[in-house]
Design a protein around this ligand. Structure first.
Ligand code: FAD
Length: 510
């Protein structure tokens, strides 16, 4: 029998195994179930563990999350549109159930995709197929790979386990803030693809799905940009939050859509050293601690508006991650070791859909308008590929001086970001930053700089689905999935949503 030991506190210079030996003499094996750092004030910084230990002569129970195969051979293959975490995990789960599928991706395989991204960062030439949001792996492939999620889903351990099976670091299954890193997740995705292909999936790259085929109120298949049609009564739509063209098509064919609240703002970057000193104080240089993290939130109750940090990337890079030739977007990522000298995070303001009344596209239009203003501001100054940036102190006092080199491979150009954002957003971000400096003294640092615009934190439109059948409320057979459909807000939640939908399709076919 194994036993669980919770709240095991281990000092930075102590050894976990020595402590375990003392607690469970001659234990035969152990598994860390959870690990976090506690560096709160008035404490000595230390690790907190939950550990599963097998006593002498015992074994730890296996954790493989086995999946039972379908009883009868399916006659049609489900179609999956998009190879982000939602699409890939839907395909994986279906394959494990014995249901191979047809998968369509507008971009290329990851090795080709990288070339497009590098050209964009280096020369400002956008590849409409292969960029930070489009191509094999979806937005998730180039992301920081933080796997933390606020959702509660039984599928989380399965998703983490399968990522480890395909090569992600084992620790993502137990640390409090699991993180794969852009470098490692890029190696995981091709292995998933090979597995899918080896198990009967057909994957069509450089193949944008341009139409959904409809018979009455049922989806019957898809048509690609190359004019080919593929029929199936089950279409999983996992096209991500950037594919506005697909949302427009859905509207045209009468699929029910609704607007939803979202968030937008800027990205802030500090020297990582500054964040380490604020968070870890006298332990900031301790080699076991690595790059410090933060999560900040402020709510203006009177106006019911939130300002919060999002997608914090310790030891990371700020990326130019647009998908349109006339727009600029920023985002963040880091490699597994999180060892760049900078720390960045989005600082976003909640935007209620009520602001746009009945206008379904109000949020999308605001998003496009901000991205275009950011692009034009750079062009006006003779920039080609740079991200618009402003020193934090300049943003707070409404002026412009220089910018710092920072981490972005695209470089920066000084722009009045405080004037690019709508007035209410600038005012709320300033208010939020003042509050953040109270909980993290030194956050309003003269060394920090802001980048614009962080406009793709989530999708302003939802493809509404039925809670039970997980199908569009207007079109049977259409399974809207992941972030673009409005049912996920990150890698893990999108992957879990894909698994949930795969399970529903399995239930229908079986
Ligand atoms: C730089 C960056 C960093 C991020 N960091 C993190 C992080 O650390 N942690 C986290 O949880 N989240 C992060 N995110 C967000 C995360 O990547 C997304 O939440 C997640 O990828 C959403 O998954 P998805 O499968 O719903 O959609 P996506 O990942 O967006 O995938 C959609 C896929 O569909 C394809 N597609 C679109 N339209 C079509 C079409 N018509 N036909 C065929 N294919 C189509 C696209 O090319 C794409 O591959 C980050 C995002 C970015 C851009």
């Amino acid at each position: 029998m194994s036993k669980i030991i919770e709240n095991l506190q281990i000092g930075l210079d102590e050894n976990l195994e020595e402590k375990l030996q003392w607690l469970v003499p001659n234990y035969s094996a152990y598994r860390v179930r959870r690990q976090s750092v506690d560096a709160r004030r008035r404490h000595s910084a230390h690790f907190v563990y939950t550990v599963e230990v097998a006593e002498a002569g015992e074994k730890l129970p296996e954790q493989n999350f086995p999946v039972e195969k379908i009883k009868k051979t399916p006659t049609t293959k489900p179609i999956i549109v998009g190879t982000g975490p939602a699409g890939l995990f839907a395909a994986l789960r279906l394959v494990e159930r014995g249901i191979p599928c047809l998968v369509f991706e507008r971009g290329s395989e990851s090795t080709e995709r990288i070339k497009g991204i590098n050209r964009y960062w280096r020369y400002g030439e956008l590849d409409r197929r292969n960029n930070v949001c489009y191509g094999e792996g979806g937005a998730g492939l180039y992301s920081d790979g933080k796997l933390i999620t606020r959702i509660k889903s039984d599928h989380i351990p399965y998703v983490l386990h399968r990522l480890v099976q395909f090569g992600a670091p084992d620790e993502i299954q137990y640390i409090a803030n699991p993180h794969v890193g852009s470098d490692k997740i890029r190696r995981v995705i091709p292995k998933m693809r090979d597995y899918l292909k080896a198990n009967g999936c057909e994957i069509y790259y450089n193949t944008q799905v341009t139409e959904l085929l409809v018979e009455g109120d049922k989806i019957s298949g898809i048509k690609t940009e190359h004019g080919k049609t593929f029929l199936s009564p089950h279409v999983v739509l996992a096209t991500g939050h950037s594919a506005e063209d697909m949302l427009l098509h859905l509207k045209q064919i009468g699929v029910f859509l609704e607007s939803k609240s979202f968030a937008m703002g800027l990205r802030i970057e500090h020297p990582q050293k500054t964040i380490n000193q604020i968070q870890y104080r006298q332990w900031s240089e301790h080699p076991k601690l690595g790059s410090a993290n933060y999560r900040l939130a402020y709510h203006d109750h009177k106006e019911d508006v939130g300002v919060y940090s999002f997608c914090m990337c310790p030891g990371g890079f700020v990326l130019s991650s647009g998908t349109e030739v006339d727009g600029l977007v920023c985002n963040g990522m880091s490699n597994f070791n999180r060892n760049s000298p900078w720390a960045n995070a989005a600082i976003v303001v909640s935007v209620s859909n009520e602001l746009f009344g009945k206008d379904l596209w109000g949020g999308m239009n605001l998003r496009r308008q901000l991205e275009q203003s950011a692009y034009q501001s750079v062009q006006k100054l003779g920039g080609t590929k740079q991200l618009p940036a402003q020193l934090l102190t300049d943003f707070m006092s409404g002026k412009i001086s220089e910018t710092r080199k920072g981490s972005s491979p695209s470089g920066t150009i000084p722009v009045r970001l405080d004037q690019i954002l709508p007035e209410f957003m600038t005012a709320k971000i300033r208010e939020g930053l003042q509050q953040f400096d109270k909980s993290m003294k030194g956050f309003l640092s003269p060394e920090a700089q802001l980048y614009g615009v962080e406009s793709r934190t989530s999708c302003p439109v939802r493809v509404t689905r039925d809670d039970e059948s997980l199908q569009s409320i207007s079109h049977q057979g259409l399974f809207p999935a992941g972030e673009g459909a409005g049912y996920a807000g990150g890698i893990t939640s999108a992957a879990c949503d894909g698994v949930r939908i795969a399970e529903k399709i399995f239930e229908i076919i079986n």
